[in-house]
Design a protein around this ligand. Structure first.
Ligand code: NAP
Ligand code: ZN
Length: 352
């Protein structure tokens, strides 16, 4: 074991603060990474504040962070894919059982034995896993991703969650040129959804509650922006979408979006509000529409997404912050005041 610096929350109401945590020495299969940047996902905030208590109660102290980019510092004797000095990424998954049908299909995120990067039982050290708000992490090489060399590292970090979470459902639902795609909520996930849907050739419409984001949405790749509170603007799109990606983190009326789908259209929820969302049966059955969910993506697809980003030079639009601004960043995230992802410069942790 060795000691790492980190930021943790001591309870659902405590601010995040500097601390030290234990990390395991690399096993033969492990890669040790010096963390350079870690994105701030709204899931970090949901977890820190124990908002998902009914499904995944938070164990304290909690060290969040699953949008990790860094440099390999050490590798175990059996590691073949990485060597010291390589760039590396870690997303939401750090292990799985590797034998179940989901793992065999590259869908480790649905493995009953999957291990999330933070707030999940840690079979190596006991307690729970600790995430990327830290200067170092040790992860099995099979769950470590390669980062294309041409990508800006601060902007690449959010690809490890916001990127794959939006790329995966767009691919699953066959989004390509000629499709009309809606993206609800222009936050961390939403702005990546816009970039990917645009890069895949779709006609992209952004639904936002923030009028001030209109110009940005167009710059990010949207063809049109709808203010979701404007009933007439919404009605103009009734029955016209092939697919809608809903990234909203709080309760909202999804029936307003279901009626915008064409026959056989699908709305996929990636946003994870803590309360159930009512669905009108009539909105679905008259046009055989469907509502789905999607959870991050498997390891192979995450690498595919990163390579796609390398080819298309896609990264998140980030506001880089020192870790000392983390609590302020959470408050801004709650006000939808993020353009469009915070990325923590982990060098700031050395100043603690
Ligand atoms: P974020 O950056 O805070 O963005 C969420 C956006 O939703 C906001 O920017 C805002 O967009 C909109 N919004 C917020 N409150 C709203 C409200 N009351 N009504 C309508 N719209 C509202 O969050 P994020 O990091 O993108 O995460 C979004 C959600 O996805 C979170 O619940 C997170 O936990 C979840 N998530 C799920 C997965 C998965 O695997 N499924 C992975 C990562 C994250 P506008 O200002 O444009 O309206
Ligand atoms: Zn996330």
């Amino acid at each position: 074991m060795y000691t790492s610096r980190a930021y943790s929350a001591a309870s659902a109401t405590a601010p995040l603060a500097g601390t030290t945590i234990k990390r395991r020495e690399p096993t033969p299969q492990d890669v040790q990474i010096e963390i350079l940047y870690c994105g701030i996902c709204h899931s970090d905030l949901h977890t820190v504040r124990d908002e998902w208590n009914a499904i995944m109660p938070t164990v304290y102290p909690c060290v969040p962070g699953h949008e990790i980019v860094g440099r390999v510092t050490r590798v175990g004797s059996a590691v073949t894919k990485f060597k010291p000095g390589d760039l590396a990424g870690v997303g939401c998954l750090v292990d799985s059982d590797r034998t179940c049908p989901n793992c065999k299909e590259g869908l480790e995120q649905f493995c009953p034995g999957m291990v999330l990067t933070y707030n999940f039982p840690d079979s190596h050290l006991g307690g729970v896993t600790y995430g990327g708000y830290s200067d170092s992490i040790v992860v099995d090489e099979n769950f470590v991703l390669r980062i294309p060399a041409n990508l800006d590292l601060a902007g690449a970090a959010p690809l490890l969650c916001a990127g794959i979470t939006t790329y995966s459902p767009l691919r699953h639902w066959g989004i390509s040129s000629g499709k009309k795609v809606g993206v609800v909520g222009l936050g961390g996930l939403g702005h990546m959804g816009v970039k990917f849907a645009h890069a895949l050739g779709a006609r992209v419409v952004v639904f936002t509650t923030s009028l001030s984001k209109k110009d940005d949405a167009l710059r990010l790749g949207a063809d049109e922006v709808v203010l979701s509170r404007d009933a007439a603007e919404m009605q103009a799109h009734a029955g016209s979408f092939d697919f809608i990606l809903d990234t909203v983190s709080a309760n909202h009326d999804i029936n307003a979006y279901i009626q915008l789908l064409r026959r056989d259209g699908n709305i996929t929820l990636v946003g994870a509000p803590d309360q159930p969302l009512p669905v009108s049966a009539f909105g679905l059955l008259f046009a055989r529409r469907s509502v789905s969910g999607s959870l991050i993506g498997g390891i192979a697809e995450t690498q595919e997404m990163l390579d796609f980003c390398g080819r298309h030079n896609i990264t998140a639009d980030v506001e880089v912050i020192p870790i000392q601004k983390i609590n302020e960043a959470y408050e801004r995230m709650l006000k939808s005041d993020v353009k469009y992802r915070f990325s923590i410069d982990m060098a700031s942790l050395k100043a603690e």
